[in-house]
Design a protein. Structure first.
Ligand SMILES: Cc1cc2nc3c(=O)[nH]c(=O)nc-3n(C[C@H](O)[C@H](O)[C@H](O)COP(=O)(O)OP(=O)(O)OC[C@H]3O[C@@H](n4cnc5c(N)ncnc54)[C@H](O)[C@@H]3O)c2cc1C
Length: 464
C-alpha cells in the first residue's frame, strides 16, 4: 500500500500543503494539536467581526488569491472599501501618507518634499543618500542600520519603523535586509543610491501610499473563510484531519520515515511537512537533523496583543473616517497602530457602529506588560481619545499572541537556507512563517511548494 504524506500543523501553511498533496492525487494525513487555522481565526461577537490574527493579505504576492481561486471562492476575495486612506500620527497630529511613499522610500519626489511628516532637515538628510557611496558589503545588515546611514534617522522613525515594524511586530533595528526587504540590496547594487533606485522604479515595496489603490485584500466572511473552505475541500477529499493530536517524534532511516503521535500511534509515511513553527519543528528534527534543529532554535519569536473596540456610532460627534493610522512618534503610545475595521472592510460591524482594532506588540514598552483589565483600560482611553469617542465602547475584546511572531533578525536568510540544505536529502521539509515569509500568501505558497517538492521526490524514488 502507498504510504501517505504527513502534514504537521493545521495552520494555513499546513492546510495549503495538504491541499496541494490531495489535489495532485497523493494520500495525506494532517495532525493539529489545537485548532485548524492556527493564527487565522475569525469570530463573530455581538455582531462585530473579530479577527484574532491576520485580517488581510497582499495581492501582489499571489499565494492567497490563487488558493481562493483554486477552491472556487475567488469572488469572495474583497478589496478595501474606497477611498484609500492611510495616516501616520506624528506628534499627536494625523498626517496623510505622502502619495507614492513605499514602506521605506519615496517613489515620487513632490509629495515627499511637501509632507509634514518629516522636517526640512530630515528631508535634506534623506537626499544625502543621492551622493553617498555604497554601504552594504556581502554581510546581511539590520534594515534600521542601513537606512540610518543612507537616509537618516527621520525616515527610520517616521516611516520604516511604523510601516515595516508594524508588519513584523519588531523594530527595523532588529530586522534583516536579506530576509525582509532584499530589494534594498538590489537597489544599492544597481543604483548605489536607494532614493534614486526607488524613484526610478516608480513603485515601492508594498505601496502604502500608492494612490492607484490598496494592495490589501481580505475575505468577505473574514480570514476564517479561507480556512473553512480549505477544511471543507480536504474533508470532501477524505483527507484525515486529526485535531487534538500532536506529532511527538520523527525518525528517518533506511526502513522509512516514521512519526510518533500523541495518541500513542505511529505512522509510516512517504514524507513529512513540518508546518508547526520553529520550536515545534526543531523538537521533531532533534535526532533527524540536529544542525537544522539548532538553527531553527535561533529563530526568535515576539508577542503581541490585538484589541477590538466596538462603538455605537453616536459615541462620536463626528464618526472617524479613513482606514486607520500608525503611530510614528516621537511620544510613546500604548499601541503601534489602529485599523478602522468597519471603514476598511465591508461587513465587519453592525450598521451605524464603528469597529476599531489596535495592536500592542512588545516594542510599545510598559503597556505590553499590563494585565488584561489594565491593558484594555489603557488602550480604550488612548484610542478613544485620539478618535474623539465621548462614550465607552460596547465591545472590548483582547487576544494575546504569546511568542507568536517570528522575528527575521540579521542572518535569518542564511539560517533558512541552512535548514533547507540540511534537509535536502531527506523526505522532510520545514514550511511556513518560521523561515520563508510571515505573510499569509507566503505561508500558502511555501506550504504548496514544499508539498509538491516532496511529492516529486517520492515519485522519482519509486522503482521504474
Ligand atoms: C496578530 C497577528 C496578525 C497578523 N496579521 C497578518 C496580516 O494581516 N496579514 C498577513 O499576511 N499575515 C499576518 N500575520 C501573520 C500570519 O497570520 C502568520 O504568519 C500565518 O498565519 C502563519 O501560518 P502557519 O500555518 O505557518 O502557522 P500557524 O498558524 O502558527 O499554525 C501552526 C499550527 O501548527 C500546530 N502545531 C505545532 N506543533 C505541532 C505538532 N507537533 N503537532 C501538531 N500540530 C502542531 C499549532 O497548534 C498551529 O495551529 C499575523 C499574525 C499575527 C499573530
Amino acid at each position: 500500500m502507498t504510504r501517505p504524506f504527513l502534514v504537521v500543523g493545521g495552520g494555513i501553511t499546513g492546510l495549503a500543503a495538504a491541499f496541494e498533496l490531495a489535489t495532485t492525487g497523493h494520500g495525506v494525513v494532517l495532525v493539529e494539536t489545537d485548532r485548524l487555522g492556527g493564527r487565522i481565526r475569525t469570530e463573530r461577537v455581538d455582531g462585530f467581526m473579530v479577527e484574532h490574527g491576520p485580517d488581510s493579505f497582499v495581492a501582489y504576492r499571489p499565494g492567497a488569491v490563487r488558493l481562493a481561486e483554486a477552491m472556487g471562492i475567488g469572488d469572495e476575495v474583497v478589496p478595501v472599501v474606497p477611498p484609500r486612506s492611510v495616516h501616520l500620527r506624528v506628534g499627536g497630529r494625523m498626517e496623510p501618507m505622502p502619495d507614492g511613499m513605499g514602506m521605506v522610500l519615496p517613489t515620487r519626489i513632490g509629495p515627499f518634499a511637501r509632507t509634514r511628516i518629516l522636517s526640512w532637515p530630515q528631508k535634506l538628510r534623506a537626499v544625502a543618500d543621492l551622493v553617498m557611496p555604497r554601504v552594504l558589503g556581502d554581510q546581511d545588515m539590520a534594515i534600521g542600520a542601513l537606512l540610518r546611514r543612507r537616509v537618516g534617522p527621520g525616515v527610520v522613525t517616521r516611516f520604516a519603523d511604523p510601516l515595516v515594524g508594524g508588519i513584523y511586530g519588531a523594530s527595523v533595528d532588529d530586522l534583516s535586509i536579506d530576509a525582509v526587504l532584499p530589494m534594498l540590496r538590489d537597489y544599492e547594487r544597481k543604483h548605489r543610491s536607494l532614493v534614486l533606485a526607488s524613484l526610478a522604479s516608480g513603485h515601492a515595496a508594498s505601496r502604502p501610499g500608492d494612490s492607484k489603490g490598496s494592495p490589501f485584500r481580505s475575505m468577505r466572511g473574514g480570514m476564517g473563510q479561507l480556512v473553512d473552505a480549505l477544511v471543507a475541500e480536504l474533508e470532501a477529499r477524505d483527507v484525515p484531519l486529526r485535531v487534538g493530536v500532536a506529532a511527538v517524534s520523527l525518525s528517518v532511516g533506511p526502513d522509512g520515515t516514521r512519526v510518533g503521535l500523541s495518541d500513542g500511534t505511529e505512522l509510516d509515511v512517504a514524507g513529512v511537512v513540518l508546518a508547526g513553527g520553529a520550536p515545534s519543528s526543531a523538537g521533531l528534527l532533534a535526532d533527524v537533523a540536529p544542525d537544522a534543529a539548532r538553527t531553527l532554535r535561533q529563530v526568535r519569536y515576539g508577542s503581541t496583543r490585538s484589541i477590538h473596540l466596538g462603538y455605537d456610532g453616536d459615541a462620536f460627534d463626528t464618526p472617524p473616517t479613513g482606514h486607520g493610522y500608525l503611530e510614528a512618534g516621537p511620544d510613546r503610545a500604548p499601541v503601534t497602530g489602529v485599523t478602522l475595521a468597519s471603514r476598511k472592510w465591508p461587513g465587519r460591524a453592525p450598521e451605524g457602529t464603528v469597529l476599531v482594532r489596535a495592536f500592542v506588540p512588545d516594542r510599545v514598552g510598559p503597556a505590553a506588560q499590563l494585565d488584561d483589565d489594565d491593558l484594555l483600560d489603557t488602550v480604550t482611553a488612548h484610542v478613544g481619545g485620539v478618535l474623539g469617542a465621548r462614550r465607552e465602547p460596547r465591545l472590548r475584546h483582547l487576544v494575546r499572541w504569546n511568542s507568536a511572531m517570528p522575528t527575521y533578525t540579521v542572518g535569518h536568510k542564511a539560517r533558512a537556507d541552512a535548514v533547507a540544505a540540511a534537509l535536502a536529502g531527506t523526505p522532510v521539509r520545514v514550511a511556513g512563517s518560521a523561515l520563508n515569509g510571515v505573510g499569509v500568501p507566503d505561508c500558502i505558497a511555501d506550504g504548496r511548494r514544499v508539498a509538491s517538492e516532496l511529492a516529486t521526490m517520492s515519485a522519482s524514488a519509486l522503482p521504474a
